[in-house]
Design a protein around this ligand. Structure first.
Ligand code: NCD
Length: 308
C-alpha cells in the first residue's frame, strides 16, 4: 500500500504533491463506495476515533462522523460547550483523558492556531486538524481540490482559481492556497485590501480588488464568508457596501462569455458574498463539495490509520 509522508494531517503546508495525489486517488475510490446501495466498508473496524470540537461546526463535524461510520470505525464525540473545559481543564488534560479510553485518532477543531500541532508533540494518536482558528482547514482544501478536479475533468496544473472574500480570517483560504500551488494552479485572491493579509506575496499568489476582472480571469471562483465573529475592528463600512463591491450575483456570471464554477465552503451568508440566484445556479457546485467532503475525509482517515 502506498503511504502518506506524515502520521498526522495538521495542515496542507506539510503535505507533498504525492500525498495530495494519493488522497485524491483514494477519495475517488471512496466516492464510488458511498454511492453504492451498501455504503459501508469494514476498513477501520478496529479503530476508535474521537471528534473533539472546541468550536462550532455543522458540515465538517457531520462529514467526519459520517466518514468514520462509512469506514466502520467506532466514534465518540466531544464538544467544548457543556464539558469540563469550562472548569479550567487544559487542552492536553482533556485530550489525555479521551486517549485513556483507548482512542486511536483525534479529529480536532480548535479556536487557537497551532493547537493540533501542539498536541501532536505530546500524544501518540494520529491527529486530523478540522480547523485551527484562522490558520488551516486541510480537509476543506482537499475536498475543494477534489471537487474542482471532478468538475474540470483534469488535474489543476495551469488552472486559474480565484479565492474571493475575507482572506485574512479564513483558514479555508490559507489551506486552499497551499493545496492549489502544490498542484500547479494559478491563484488570485480578491477582496478589499483590508481583508488581504500582507504576507500573501510570499505564497506565490496574485491579488486583485476588482471582482468583475477576477471572475473574467478565472476558471473557478471559491467564494468565502465574511467572518464577522473573528473581526474585532471594522474592515469595511457596512455589509451592504461589501456586497455592492465584492458580492457575486447570477447576472455577473451570465454576462461572462464563458462558464466558470462557483464554490463556497459554507455556511453561506446569502445576499452578502453570494446572492441566492448565484448560489443556487448551474454554476454552483456547493452541494457537490459537501458530498465529496465525506469521500475525502474517508480517504484521509483510512490513509492515516494505515501509517500505524
Ligand atoms: C468554514 C470553517 O469553519 O472554516 N466552514 C467549513 O468548515 N465548511 C468556513 C466558514 O466558517 O466560513
Amino acid at each position: 500500500m502506498q503511504k502518506l509522508s506524515t502520521r498526522h494531517l495538521l495542515g496542507i503546508k506539510d503535505l507533498t504533491p504525492d500525498d495530495i495525489e494519493l488522497i485524491m486517488a483514494t477519495a475517488r475510490e471512496f466516492k464510488e463506495v458511498i454511492n453504492r446501495p451498501i455504503k459501508k466498508v469494514p476498513s477501520l473496524r478496529d479503530v476508535t476515533i474521537a471528534n473533539v470540537f472546541f468550536e462550532n461546526s455543522t458540515r465538517t463535524r457531520l462529514s467526519f462522523e459520517l466518514a468514520e461510520k462509512r469506514l466502520s470505525a467506532d466514534t465518540i464525540n466531544f464538544s467544548a460547550s457543556g464539558s469540563s473545559v469550562k472548569k479550567g481543564e487544559t487542552l492536553l488534560d482533556t485530550v489525555n483523558n479521551i486517549l485513556a479510553m483507548k482512542v486511536d485518532m483525534i479529529v480536532m477543531r480548535h479556536a487557537s492556531p497551532g493547537a493540533p500541532h501542539f498536541l501532536s508533540k505530546h500524544i501518540s494518536a494520529n491527529i486530523v486538524n478540522a480547523g485551527d482558528g484562522t490558520h488551516e482547514h486541510p480537509t476543506q482544501a482537499l475536498l475543494d481540490s477534489f471537487s474542482m478536479r471532478e468538475k474540470l475533468g483534469t488535474d489543476l496544473a495551469g488552472k486559474k482559481i480565484a479565492i474571493i472574500g475575507d482572506i485574512l480570517h479564513s483558514r479555508v483560504a490559507l489551506s486552499n492556497i497551499f493545496a492549489l500551488r502544490k498542484q500547479g494552479a494559478e491563484v488570485t485572491l480578491c477582496g478589499p485590501s483590508t481583508l488581504i493579509p500582507r504576507y500573501v506575496n510570499e505564497l506565490g499568489v496574485k491579488v486583485s480588488h476588482n471582482v468583475k476582472e477576477t471572475l473574467a480571469w478565472c476558471d473557478v471562483a471559491n467564494v468565502l464568508r465574511i467572518q464577522l465573529e473573528r473581526q474585532q475592528i471594522k474592515y469595511f463600512p457596512t455589509l451592504r457596501e461589501y456586497s455592492l463591491y465584492f458580492g457575486i450575483n447570477k447576472k455577473m456570471l451570465d454576462d461572462l462569455n464563458k462558464e466558470i464554477i462557483i464554490m463556497h465552503p459554507g455556511p453561506i451568508n446569502r445576499g452578502v458574498e453570494l446572492t441566492s440566484d448565484a448560489a443556487d445556479s448551474h454554476h454552483s457546485i456547493i452541494l457537490d463539495q459537501v458530498e465529496n467532503g465525506v469521500a475525502v475525509r474517508m480517504a484521509v482517515l483510512y490513509l492515516l490509520a494505515g501509517q500505524n
